[in-house]
Design a binder for this molecule. Structure first.
Ligand code: C5P
Ligand code: MG
Length: 236
């Protein structure tokens, strides 16, 4: 299993003041909390005592580069990548029981009820042989986070947050042309709203726990991956 080798505070970029990122306890707190050890909650959850997974949550607004960077992390460090958005979109294409509700929710830029998303994540974790997981686009809300803690249990070892100005994210989303129902300006506005009001409190929570790595999400894919590498190389 991977372990933290030394204090990693030098790897964190100092928080930039950005008008769209102003939650009260988010920011310098990260410097204070990073030197504390990661506390792993045990009890409950789907992992047995013998199975000690390495969990990374990957968070950031729409178009912040989560999926792109996850592919690079998989290639380099051998994680299993579970994208909550991809798992939900798969339900739509399979026309499953919740497919129509999921499509409607995604098209509006809203958040699917936690019990639906958690079930998919749980199934994917249970069917994986790997013990290193990248959980991308999750938890999106405090409700997601609490449901995860209750049902899956294993707390994240690290949380990556790709920090990116809204105008950069909007530009990326509108130019990516992947045929997604939610990559249009009206839905992107809703997704940004959801990110600000629902996801930032989750990011804040992990910042306070000392497990958050804020990564500058601007620049080229390679430039961003260099910043990601600094985090993972220190953990290997
Ligand atoms: O992460 P991604 O951009 O692929 O998510 C696309 C959409 O999937 C979100 O805007 C949201 O509607 C839905 N989603 C969700 N709950 C999650 C992750 C994604 O409802 N945890
Ligand atoms: Mg994605």
């Amino acid at each position: 299993m991977w372990r933290r080798v030394t204090s990693l505070s030098h790897l964190l970029s100092s928080p930039k003041s950005s008008p769209q990122l102003t939650p009260t306890s988010y920011g310098p707190k990260i410097w204070e909390t990073l030197s504390t050890e990661v506390s792993k909650k045990s009890g409950g959850g789907i992992f047995s005592k013998e199975r000690s997974p390495f969990i990374t949550f990957v968070l950031g607004g729409p178009g912040s580069g989560k999926g792109t960077q996850c592919s690079r992390i998989v290639e380099t460090y051998g994680f299993t990548h579970l994208s909550a958005g991809d798992l939900l979109r798969k339900e739509i294409t399979m026309n499953s029981e919740n497919g129509a509700m999921i499509l409607d929710t995604i098209a509006k830029g809203k958040i699917v009820p936690s019990e639906v998303t958690i079930k998919l994540i749980r199934k994917a974790i249970e069917s994986a042989e790997n013990d290193k997981f990248l959980i991308d686009g999750f938890p999106r809300t405090e409700e997601n986070r609490i449901a995860y803690e209750r049902i899956i249990g294993a707390e994240p070892n690290i949380v990556l947050f790709f920090d990116c100005p809204e105008e950069v994210m909007v530009k990326r989303v509108l130019s990516r042309n992947e045929g997604r129902v939610d990559d249009n300006i009206d839905t992107v506005k809703e997704r940004l709203k959801a990110f600000r009001s629902l996801n930032l409190p989750v990011i804040n929570h992990y910042s306070n726990k000392g497990v958050l790595y804020k990564i500058d999400g601007t620049g080229t894919e390679d430039e961003i991956f260099e910043r990601v590498r600094a985090v993972f190389d220190a953990w290997k």
